[in-house]
Design a protein around this ligand. Sequence first.
Ligand code: NI
Length: 208
Amino acid sequence: MSHFVRWAGIGVCVAALAAWAVLWLDPDGLGRAFRSAGGIATQGSAPVGGPFSLVDQTGAPVTDATWRGRWMIVYFGYTTCPDVCPTELQTIAAALDALGRQAAQVVPIFITVDPGRDTPARLADYVKLFDDRLVGLTGTAQQIDTVARAYRVYYAKVTPKESTTYLMDHSSFMYLMGPDGTLRALFRPGTSAQELAGAIRSRLPPAS
Ligand code: NI
């Protein structure tokens, strides 16, 4: 059964990438900026991100302005993701380690696309598996829909045949947001921790 779930998960991830490609290949969209910038979209190239209102893994309400003044690395996923989410969160944690003291300027944020199952308590257990600095955010279905739209995240509930539980089909990019809350860079799934750390470091002021 777990074997099946794993393969179903991989299938869902492939479907998510295909869906993402269709969704984002609009002429004025992020897809163009992303491709032309060789995988890294810079500030002002596309309207990505925006206001949101969610709760963190302690149950405290937060908004997009909560971390204004610090950099944010934002990733969307869900705690029962069989494959891609854990890999990407490990990459983010390793990139923070590689940044050393400069990591204090960066807040890693994991936003669930599965608010029906990902309660604050569940997120609290999950994020600490990866890094103590990782913030987990959830909210109502409407709040999650709002933030996903702002970040152009594709997500959908999928129940594989013969499975009693559902998976979330979702796009899997990492977003680097600047201290003013605007998009500074976008990273493909599979980006290495070294690449991620290097791209963040190149944008940060030197550690004092
Ligand atoms: Ni995932």
